[in-house]
Ligand binder design. Sequence first.
Ligand SMILES: [Zn+2]
Length: 289
Amino acid sequence: MRVRFWGVRGALAATEACFQRVGGNTPCVEIRDQDNELLILDAGIGLYWLGRQLLTGPHGRGQGSVTLLFSHSHWDHIQGFPFFVPAFIPGNKVRVFGGGVDRLEDTLEGQMDPTYSPLVSLSNLGANVDIGALEDNPLLEVGQLRITHATFPNGPHQVVGYRIEEADKSVCYICEVDHPNEALRQQVVDLARGCDLLIHESFYTDAEVGAAPGLAGKLGPPPSGHSTFGQATSVALEAGVKRLLYFYHHPDRDDDAIDAAIKEQRARVAALGSALEVDTAREGTEFEI
Ligand SMILES: [Zn+2]
């Protein structure tokens, strides 16, 4: 299984130079099985750049297929979908899944409305787009990939976390989730248990929780709907994960600030004598699992 990052930023794209070592596009992750079958997690702005690369292969000839999974439908997770050029090409097959299928379809249709987009309607996309219900598909298969999921409450809405397995390898994707109580935290740990790679949101630092809204503070009042570097590390330690990549970075947090946060987490992991590897997800980097 291969994992490649196309967007690692949370909330809104960050284009200044100080963000470019880690990356400024909103969330999008490409996963390939051993036969090169394609799974995509979330459709932030990074999806546009992934779509451009796909055009050089079967997707550029109308012979490609893709399965796209949404963690949820907040704007930063869907805004790349109307710009996913392979979806315009007849012959391509695009399978889409997310929680609450009626609402997801309504949401994706809504962002094509002429108020927001010249596309007007999903029906104007040239590819065959099929939107399915996770509720009806507790186990999804994409080539050799087997995908299970868990749904977490997140403020007034819900988010879906995914676990992707191929043979004895596993990747877990958790974006976004708050940790308001032990029961919810334990659900996150259970989904991530023993995985080779955990991609976990770390929108805040521990010090920022409880800080006033604004720069290096919360974007809004609690519940934040987000977790911290420290919470992500705690989940990885308890779940016995091999490698943790921090993901969905706050648009105020530049490359140097992310480096500092990682240094702090590495010191904590080392003090515990754990073999857990921690780093940030960076756009353009690829991992062979
Ligand atoms: Zn969200």
